[in-house]
Ligand binder design. Structure first.
Ligand code: PEP
Ligand code: CO
Length: 448
């Protein structure tokens, strides 16, 4: 890889277009100094890894694999610790083991991790007790504290975003290739969990079956290397274009541009305007791209997005992440899927059952009902089944900690519990037990 230091090349076409949801930095010179520094830093990921993920997602798009994408709504700088990262990874590995074993499908594992620091906001300001301040836009932009000082966008936070992402990805790579993710460890991921939770006990039974299967294979003389480490990819929303562009490099082998801040990036519901800077930026990079599609998406928009982002119709290039809401998915998804399928494009269809199902509880906490999350996934499976298309995966907000942010689940969280461990920097996440519950239920849907 070589550094793309030439700021006059055509890649900069996005700079002439309107970019939604960008911070207004008070000091443009400071931003330039930061992006120059970022542009000189090493890549977080390599072009070859991005291509490999593209191949894996192609399998999803063609109906032969399932995508599990999950992690925090917003990562936070003060949560970059070994315990928190391990807990998230463990949850994703456990979910993946459940899906792989119970649904007998290869699972492509992608974290919302190592770069998920920037948040689009519905409102530019927030008012508390008559005081109005700029909204918190993620740790990469400003601070969550409700003070004037904290809410001023600070470009130096982009450097901290980079270093936090590096530290996180380094640990993730260590865990996933250094023996921790060895399938023979299926029990150890559950150790601190099994006694306290119904989901943990159900998982333990499944882990015993996996153990038996591994023992059987070993007795037969088979010891596949695939069992000893795991392929795990990093993804985040490509929201702050100054950051993403500073980390976009020309691959010296292919001469193509890659955003080396993460393997896969997605464009959010609020920034997917066809004539906007985000779609233009995404059209120039070769990473696998996701686009969130909310309830207002028309089939024409979906088809135009395909033309812009996947003109060569390469399976694995484009993932549509639908987030319609449990009460609307059955009405809105069929036409989109039908029209896209009829166009001949092969996209991966993934269900985000979180962002269409958020509401405010009487206590003032932003929350989601586990049953709504589940119902949206169910609707997603029903629609794809009826159309003969592939329900390609789920995109969820979760954490490995036992937080109380979403209500419901097997170890039920009640509205009155929400205050106990409500720790999210942005949207409410499934806790570990709710995440495992979801994995078991999705595996059942997949099989049936
Ligand atoms: C998110 O994924 O955290 C998010 C903001 O999603 P969306 O763009 O779908 O609203
Ligand atoms: Co969110």
């Amino acid at each position: 890889m070589t550094v793309n230091a030439d700021s006059s090349n055509s890649f900069d076409s996005w700079r002439d277009l309107p970019a939604a949801q960008q911070p207004e930095y008070p000091d443009a010179a400071e931003l330039s100094a930061v992006t120059e520094e970022l542009a000189a830093y090493p890549p977080l990921v390599f072009a070859g890894e991005c291509d490999q993920l593209g191949d894996r997602i192609a399998q999803v798009a063609q109906g032969r694999a399932f995508l599990l994408q999950g992690g925090d709504c917003a990562e936070a700088f003060d949560q970059v610790g070994a315990d928190q990262i391990r807990a998230k990874l463990k949850t994703l590995l456990q979910m993946s083991a459940v899906l792989t074993y119970a649904a007998a499908v290869p699972v492509v594992k992608v974290g919302r991790i190592a770069g998920q620091y920037s948040k689009p906001r519905s409102k530019p300001t927030e008012t508390r007790d008559g005081v109005t301040l700029p909204s918190y836009r993620g740790d990469s932009v400003n601070g969550p504290e409700f003070t004037e000082e904290a809410r001023v966008p600070d470009p130096r936070r982009l450097l901290r975003m980079y270093h936090s992402s590096v530290a996180t990805l380094n640990l993730v790579r260590g865990f996933t290739t250094g023996g921790y993710a060895d399938l023979h460890q299926v029990h150890s991921w559950n150790q601190d969990f099994v006694r306290s939770s119904a989901a943990g006990q159900r998982y333990e039974a499944l882990a015993r079956e996996i153990d038996n299967a591994l023992n059987f294979m070993r007795a037969c003389g088979a010891q596949p290397a695939e069992f000893e480490s795991v392929e795990f990819y990093a993804s985040h929303e490509a929201l702050l274009l100054d950051y993403e562009a500073a980390l976009t490099r020309t691959d010296s082998r292919s001469g193509r541009l890659y955003d080396v801040s993460g393997h896969m990036v997605w464009i959010g519901e609020r920034t997917r305007q066809l004539d906007g800077a985000h779609i233009e930026f995404a059209s120039r990079i070769r990473n696998p791209i996701g686009v969130k599609l909310g309830p207002t998406t028309t089939p024409e928009e979906a088809l135009a997005l395909i033309d812009r982002l996947d003109p060569d119709r390469i399976p694995g290039r484009l993932t549509f992440i639908t987030r319609m809401g449990a009460d609307r998915i059955r009405d809105l998804l069929p036409t989109l899927v039908e029209k896209v399928t009829a166009s001949g494009a092969t996209v991966a269809w993934v269900c985000d059952p979180m962002h269409g199902n958020t509401f405010e509880a009487a206590s003032g906490h932003k929350t989601r009902r586990f049953d709504d999350v589940l119902d949206e996934v169910k609707g997603f499976f029903e629609v794809h089944k009826s159309l003969g298309t592939h329900p390609g995966g789920i995109h969820v907000e979760l954490t490995g900690d036992d937080v109380t942010e979403c209500v419901g689940g097997g170890d039920e969280i009640f509205v009155d519990d929400l205050h106990q461990r409500y720790e999210t920097a942005c949207d409410p996440r499934l806790n570990r037990s709710q995440s495992l519950d979801l994995a078991f239920l999705v595996a059942e849907m997949y099989r049936s």
